[in-house]
Design a protein around this ligand. Structure first.
Ligand SMILES: NC(=O)c1ccc[n+]([C@@H]2O[C@H](COP(=O)([O-])OP(=O)(O)OC[C@H]3O[C@@H](n4cnc5c(N)ncnc54)[C@H](O)[C@@H]3O)[C@@H](O)[C@H]2O)c1
Ligand SMILES: [Fe+2]
Length: 415
């Protein structure tokens, strides 16, 4: 294996994981000297009864605790500013994020604004704009997906401009993440499926992207093993506590991996389909992951083949003819999407063409594909993809992913 000449790896998040992990929250807040935390969450999380569980744990600390539950899907710059104002006006001293990626990323955005005493979050977009530690942030993920609880990344949408903005800094790493299966058991199967596929896409993209290194690889391979094994188990049996904890740990491992090695074309096109058409992030990841593997195959076949072992185990690896092993990785992902489609009564989509919104209108009209292909050119994730991307290739991948056909790899422009 070629080792990189130089690399950096950082994950300084304290991780508290287990079936009673939530009970640690009062001590964790006390460790940070917090008497008045702001809990940031969303209405889905509240409706699932999860804030009630957290509130019971907080007991006598609850008197000083504020709860804000107005985070929208994909976060929102305006809400970040509103919540920052609430934090300041109420004299809060820490943030507790209870939710999926939308909530955790909102909390990171609020933390930037209040810590920097800023009036415009956008002044801190991109990489490296933060220069000093932020206020205490405890992340309690309620999906096993984004890994935001251990990443240096926040993705926040400007709903007016249809843009998803990325923020990147080691100072965005939460201080603590609390992984407790009681927080994810209430996820409906289709949310379990798409968020789990987001986690799998983090692990796989982390493993093939350009900034990979031995430390991110170790986390990525371990994540692939746990997520590929447990995702169908929890999609089928949402109340399996061990499966839920394993998925939370798998998503966390995948988050640590990609926060260090970054992601590629799957996230690049996924962010663009989210900003142009509102495709939920995990659903875009599930659809695009097999195409990311196919698109990059000629550049890193030897790397992709190593994903087969943690997915399928030694017996399948050795029983598969050597030349067919890379393609086996892709076909197992397609089969997983197929299985999740069945387990969710068809709500987990296998291609963009079958995605429908609440009114049963197409979420991604075919004529929107050129706009998505163009929007992807503005997204930084393409920088880390093994093969160069351009407008034509983006469109070619999107068209195949719209139809649900395998990619015609002979047409990939090889850079
Ligand atoms: N910061 C990062 O490193 C990073 C990485 C990947 C994705 N993201 C971002 O994260 C966002 C997506 O986050 P997500 O996939 O976790 O989804 P989400 O936070 O948008 O939640 C999806 C839905 O599930 C509901 N929900 C969440 N947990 C639940 C539970 N336990 N029970 C019942 N309902 C529950 C929510 O209320 C919401 O309606 C996107 O904006 C994406 O860009 C961030
Ligand atoms: Fe993701």
């Amino acid at each position: 294996m070629d080792l990189p000449d130089y690399y950096e790896f950082c994950c300084r998040v304290k991780i508290v994981a287990g079936h009673n992990a939530l009970e640690k929250i009062p001590v964790l807040l006390a460790d940070k000297g917090s008497k008045k935390p702001l809990i940031i969450t969303d209405k889905g999380v509240v409706g699932a009864g999860l804030i009630d569980i957290v509130s019971r744990v907080l007991q006598d600390r609850l008197a000083g605790t504020l709860i804000a539950d107005n985070v929208p899907p994909d976060s929102d710059i305006r809400i970040v500013h509103q919540l920052a104002q609430l934090y300041r006006d109420s004299g809060c001293d820490a943030i507790v994020a209870v939710g999926g990626g939308s909530v955790m990323d909102t909390a990171k955005g609020v933390n930037i604004v209040v810590s920097e005493n800023a009036s415009d979050l956008m002044a801190f977009s991109g990489a490296g704009a933060l220069k000093r530690p932020l206020k205490p942030l405890i992340a309690i993920p309620t999906t096993a997906g984004t890994g935001s609880e251990v990443t240096q990344v926040a993705v926040i949408k400007d709903h007016e401009k249809h843009l998803k903005m990325a923020f990147l800094s080691y100072f965005l790493l939460p201080d603590v993440s609390v992984l407790d299966p009681r927080m994810t058991m209430t996820m409906p199967p289709f949310v379990t499926a798409m968020t789990g596929m987001d986690a799998l896409s983090h692990a796989m993209e982390a493993y093939y992207c350009l900034q990979k290194n031995p430390l991110s690889d170790a986390h990525a391979l371990s994540a692939v093993n746990m997520i590929y094994r447990y995702l169908p188990i929890v999609a089928d049996n949402p109340l399996d506590p061990n499966g839920r904890l394993a998925m939370s740990v798998g998503a966390c491992l995948a988050g640590i991996a990609f926060s260090n090695s970054m992601t590629g074309i799957v996230h690049n096109l996924g962010h663009a389909s989210g900003s142009v058409c509102g495709v939920p992030h995990g659903q875009a990841m599930a659809i695009l992951l097999p195409y990311g593997l196919e698109y990059n195959m000629h550049k890193c076949e030897d790397t992709i083949v190593r994903l087969l072992l943690p997915m399928a185990g030694e017996a399948v690896y050795h029983d598969t003819v050597k030349e067919q092993r890379p393609q086996k990785v892709v076909s197992l992902i397609r089969q997983l999407n197929e299985d999740l489609h069945k387990m969710t009564d068809g709500r987990h989509a296998r291609c963009f063409g079958e995605l429908k919104d609440r009114e049963q209108k197409p979420t991604v009209p075919r004529e929107a594909l050129p706009r998505i292909a163009r929007a992807a050119l503005l997204d930084g994730a393409s920088m880390y993809n093994p093969e160069d991307t351009d407008y034509d290739d983006n469109l070619m991948v999107l068209e195949a992913a719209w139809e649900g056909h395998p990619l015609d790899r002979s047409k990939v422009k090889k850079g």
